[in-house]
Design a protein around this ligand. Structure first.
Ligand code: MN
Length: 714
């Protein structure tokens, strides 16, 4: 127990030591009588957690929060009391950790996502919450052997999936490695002890080798007058384990089993050392990485290279300054370092951008599965680093494209993106960026905005959610107008006023079928192509027909029966003496795409393929039969067209005269006055084929006052 106070005295101010000692005794008292599974007093746990936080160099508030981290959960202590006695900082941290403790990351996927969100939120308010939580987890992993087998596996899995990547993301590598190694010990004990055993067996030999290498480097550095601390170490077990398992290699083949770290005074020395190392040993191509020029997003900076040793054995060399080394070991924690005292708000802010971005898009992502998936991609996968034309570094997931880049600048840049240059050359938007690329986005105000395909091109969730948003928001107005217009036109083409079909309970059945919320949603869905006009109208017309059976039957009998009921000019595939008639609902003419329907007792009725009747649910698929137009038969067919025109005297006469002049015989004429002096005139005609019909329509459309001419499909 003495040891901890000694450690605090060594690193913190007198005032800090005073408050720490007070907290220490208070925490000890709170947990009095509680035992751990190891048989030790419970206080040993918060004690060790505080110790880890001191080793990370964190400020005294965080260390004290470590002492109290389980107190609110497990003792009589309250957040208010802690706030009164140790300040708001400590209280907020303990409250945050208590919240995170209630989070169960291995529950069902839905909950897992929700829980991660909660933790990210806790982090965004004060990242020290997570540092305490990581210290807590680290000590629990160190003492995991006292837990049950089930608990061991569960905790180990959670550590590997959540906490180790988190430590990595925050740049706290010392913690990441220890967490990974401890987790592996329980997840694959055989694998773990196999590697650990081999490392021990080869320890003496490896030490000799490392010493030789270190001496060799020192000699060369003396020549260039660079002072350096050099240390050698084996890689941690989990990384060797992964190399063996992922790459199917043997223990002996896993080359950078040894890494030599060279720590120098300044950046210039880093590159001087690199030059020397590459002169003494042959570098292995493709293994050189300059994280000084291009730091990782977790702030890591270092030069990495792998060279071939004198005995043909490769080893890794890491070169960095002392500051970089502190960041590499402690990551984000280095920013609360007791030696520095002051927090650099600005640089912290910049470095936590990724966290903010994560939170920004996570509020847009409603779907938990999608959230988890994107978290796995954005949070835990390998990164590429590219430059803006001004030389700023941006980090992306592997496989990201210039579009991801554009959207990372601003959604407006993404939405107006029309092309991209990489290293001065135009590339396709599907280009996968590689580290070191200089990416320039070409935008244009004339751009119509993103295309749907972009969702398949971009890799980052941020870009995806921005594109989706654009379609949802910016296009919505446009889609509503477009969709409404499309529905009205198509309804008219089928012979209905859309308003007639737009009865609220029928529309409701459409909403239900397509899971829509509102009329605007329905229009927007049609406008943007999610649902076809046919799908909606078929449903509405179906409802209409159900309700208007009687009226429609009356309308039919009132009309003159069609002359060409028995069809000629149509061949029914597979039958040559089948009774064929044209369906009255759509009156097909040659050129129309047609289909036969075997009726009960009345032969085959021929419909247009796009006839709304034939597409109704009641029509049975198995009674459909292939039919086609016989080319050489000359015959006449009945069609009906509707002419919409400004009502004026003489209009009707002009229309009929025009048709007679063109040589067509009119079978029926029905005129109806609409609102606002608009006349709707329905004309029945005999024609030979679709070409004639098109010609008639084009001629009538040219007439003065005529606003619309279309074929009716009843
Ligand atoms: Mn704990």
């Amino acid at each position: 127990m003495e040891a901890l106070t000694e450690k605090v005295k060594k690193h913190y101010s007198e005032a800090d030591v005073e408050v720490f000692t007070r907290a220490y005794h208070a925490a000890q008292k709170m947990h009095e009588g509680q035992m751990r599974l190891s048989g030790e007093p419970f206080f040993r746990h918060p004690y060790e957690v505080a110790s880890i936080l001191i080793d990370l160099g964190l400020d005294i508030s965080t260390v004290i929060a470590g002492l109290f981290h389980d107190s609110v959960e497990d003792t009589e202590a309250t957040v208010a009391q802690l706030s009164k006695e140790y300040g708001e900082d400590v209280a907020t941290l303990v409250e945050g950790v208590t919240k995170v403790n209630r989070v169960d990351f291995l529950s069902k996927e839905d909950h897992q996502a929700e829980n991660l969100r909660k933790m990210l939120l806790a982090m965004s308010s004060d990242i020290r919450v997570i540092l305490v939580k990581l210290a807590d987890r680290l000590h629990n992993m160190r003492t995991l052997k006292y837990q049950s087998k089930d608990k061991q596996l569960e905790k180990a899995k959670e550590t590997l999936e959540i906490y180790a990547p988190l430590a990595h993301r925050l740049g706290i590598n010392t913690m990441k490695w220890e967490l990974e190694d401890l987790a592996l010990k329980y997840i694959d004990p055989d694998g773990y002890y196999d590697i650990a055993g081999k490392l021990t067996q080869t320890r003496a030999e490896r030490k000799d080798y490392i010493d030789t290498v270190i001496n060799n480097i020192q000699e060369h550095l003396v020549k260039i007058k660079v002072k350096a601390d050099i240390e050698g170490r084996p890689k941690h077990i989990y990384s060797i384990y992964n190399k063996i398992n992922d790459q199917g290699r043997h223990f002996d083949e896993v080359y950078d089993l040894i890494a030599v770290r060279i720590i120098v005074k300044n950046v210039r020395d880093c590159y001087a050392v690199l030059g020397t190392v590459h002169t003494v040993w042959k570098p292995i191509p493709g293994r050189f990485k300059d994280y000084i020029a291009v730091p990782k997003q977790n702030m890591y900076q270092s030069i990495h290279t792998t060279v071939l040793g004198s005995d043909g054995r490769p080893f890794e060399v890491q070169i960095r300054t002392r500051d970089m080394h502190a960041t590499a070991e402690y990551g984000i924690a280095a920013h609360w370092h007791y030696k520095e005292g002051i927090l650099e708000e600005d640089s912290m802010d910049k470095k936590l951008t990724w966290l903010r971005e994560l939170l920004e898009w996570q509020t847009d992502t409603k779907d938990s599965k999608e959230f988890m998936e994107s978290l796995r991609i954005d949070f835990f996968s390998d990164m590429v680093f590219v430059f803006t034309p001004k030389g700023d570094v941006k980090e992306f997931v592997q496989g990201a494209t210039p579009l991801d880049f554009a959207y990372s600048v601003h959604s407006a840049v993404g939405n107006k993106c029309v092309g991209a240059k990489v290293n001065g050359k135009i590339v396709q938007l599907t280009y996968e960026m590689v580290s070191g690329d200089i990416v320039e986005i070409i935008t244009s105000n004339a751009s119509n905005g993103p295309s749907r395909d972009w969702l398949k091109i971009v890799k980052t969730t941020q870009a995806k959610s921005k594109i989706r948003n654009w379609f949802r928001k910016e296009m919505k107005e446009e889609n509503i107008v477009k969709g409404k217009d499309m529905l009205e036109r198509e309804a008219k083409r089928k012979g209905y006023e859309f308003q007639t079909l737009f009865k609220s309970e029928w529309v409701k059945s459409v909403f239900k079928k397509f899971t829509l919320q509102s009329t605007d949603d329905m229009y927007a869905a049609v406008g943007y192509g999610g649902i076809t006009t046919g799908q909606i109208l078929t449903k509405l017309i179906g409802e209409y027909r159900k309700e208007n059976k009687v009226e429609e039957a009356m309308q039919r009998t009132a009309k003159k029966p069609s002359k060409a009921t028995v069809a000629s000019g149509v061949i029914v595939k597979g039958y040559d003496d089948m009774l064929v008639r044209f369906a009255k609902c759509c009156n097909p003419v040659p050129g129309d795409k047609i289909v036969g329907y075997i009726t009960r007792g009345r032969g085959v009725s021929v419909h247009r393929r796009d006839c709304s009747n034939i597409n109704m649910d009641e029509f049975e698929e198995e009674r459909m039969i292939d039919v086609k137009w016989a080319k050489d038969e000359v015959s006449s067919y009945n069609v009906e067209i509707q002419v919409t025109a400004d009502d004026r005297s003489g209009l009707m006469a002009e229309l009929t005269n025009q048709l007679y002049d063109m040589g067509y015989s009119i079978t029926t004429v029905n005129a109806r006055m609409g609102k606002n002096q608009i006349a709707n005139i329905v004309i029945g005609l005999e024609i030979a084929d679709l070409k004639q019909l098109d010609y008639i329509i084009s001629q009538l459309e040219k007439m003065a006052g005529v606003t619309d001419v279309f074929r009716i499909n009843k």
